[in-house]
Design a protein around this ligand. Structure first.
Ligand code: NAP
Length: 324
């Protein structure tokens, strides 16, 4: 008998077809109050769950007694009760690597946009304010040659560092639990404490995962340590940063600007003070959101799910302890 899979949110037809070749699929392109009961009754029989922005809690796991594998279409898995899933023997698969370069592109877009005030000056032109030659009020800061500090030199952090070092001649500092000799050799990256990185960097880019240890890793003290001319970029998860502290630092001109793809509450509430700050570039969590990369992520998630349901070890296991 075919295994049962629940697929959530938009999947391309080819990915759904691939799932249907091996599994009985209940597909929920959108999840809302009106179809929540149907979703829950599907989950009660499901062996697999696949999708993006999945909201899984212990209650849902209790109601999903046959669940063997969850394939999230994301690299981050901070929204899952990983320990409980591991205790229950449920494999959690994510989609690393295929989104690394695209997310680093987003990071660099934010570095460029915040430093050179791209979004702000675009609005200024559209508002009809470009009536003569621009002057100092429209000047920004250079990116090339400035010191780039990466907090968390993992896959995405290294890809941002590579862009900075090789493309823009930026000296790279990084804070990380262990040294990265290869990146020190190839990029000239230098490891230092986070405090020292914050003090010395012109651009600070955060690329750590959200965990218990990294929740509000960047707070008031971190922003005070940064240069007043510093640009702060977050492409990891909103809650890695104490957003109130960031707002305070921006209001007090303790830092010059910020480029943000992620927020503590998403979508960003319309009354957030960030909304009215011209020195802040705001993106709607688009780190990996290109046609090519989202298709590659979905394909990897489908492959992981089907592999696990066949009883074979999937390529990407966030809780590898379940597969002994
Ligand atoms: P990764 O390869 O695991 O890199 C994260 C690195 O951060 C790891 O090397 C980790 O080191 C390090 N780290 C953890 N805590 C740290 C700390 N306190 N200080 C310094 N370094 C620390 O993951 P990735 O693929 O680069 O992805 C990183 C995160 O980006 C994801 O978890 C996800 O939340 C986020 N992301 C966001 C988007 C978006 O749309 N904006 C897209 C993709 C990913 P250890 O291995 O030693 O713990």
């Amino acid at each position: 008998m075919k295994k049962r899979v629940v697929a959530v949110r938009r999947l391309h037809a080819e990915h759904l077809d691939q799932l249907k070749q091996e599994c009985q699929v209940d597909y929920f392109p959108e999840l809302n109050h009106s179809n929540m009961d149907d979703f829950l009754s599907s989950m009660a029989q499901a062996h697999g769950l696949i999708g993006g922005k999945l909201a899984i809690d212990e209650g849902l796991l209790e109601r999903s007694p046959h669940l063997e594998v969850v394939a999230t279409i994301s690299v981050g898995y901070d929204n899952f009760p990983v320990e409980v899933m591991t205790q229950k023997g449920i494999a959690l698969c994510n989609t690393p690597d295929v989104l690394t370069e695209t997310t680093a592109d987003t990071g660099f877009a934010l570095i460029m946009a915040a430093s050179r005030r791209v979004a702000e000056l675009d609005r200024w032109v559209r508002e009809g304010q470009w009536r003569a030659h621009i002057g100092e009020p429209q000047f920004g800061c250079d990116v090339h040659g400035k010191t780039l500090g990466i907090i968390g030199l993992g896959r995405i952090g290294a890809a941002v560092a590579r862009r900075g070092a090789l493309g823009f001649g930026m000296p790279v500092l990084y804070s990380h639990s262990s040294p990265k000799p290869h990146l020190e050799t190839t990029l000239g990256a230098k490891r230092c404490s986070m405090d020292s990185l914050l003090e010395q960097s012109d651009v600070v880019c955060v690329t750590v995962p959200l965990t218990r240890d990294t929740y509000h890793l960047i707070g008031l003290d971190a922003f005070k340590a940064m240069k007043p001319s510093g640009i702060f970029v977050n492409i990891s998860r909103g809650a890695v940063v104490d957003e109130k502290a960031l707002i305070t630092a921006l209001q007090a001109n303790e830092i010059a600007g910020a480029g943000l793809d992620v927020f503590e509450l998403e979508p960003l509430p319309s009354d957030s003070p960030l909304m009215t700050m011209p020195q802040v570039v705001i993106l709607p969590h688009i780190g990996s959101a290109t046609h090519e990369t989202r298709a590659a992520m979905a394909q990897l998630a489908v492959d992981n799910l089907l592999t696990a349901l066949r009883g074979e070890r999937p390529a990407n296991l966030a809780n590898s302890q379940v597969w002994v």
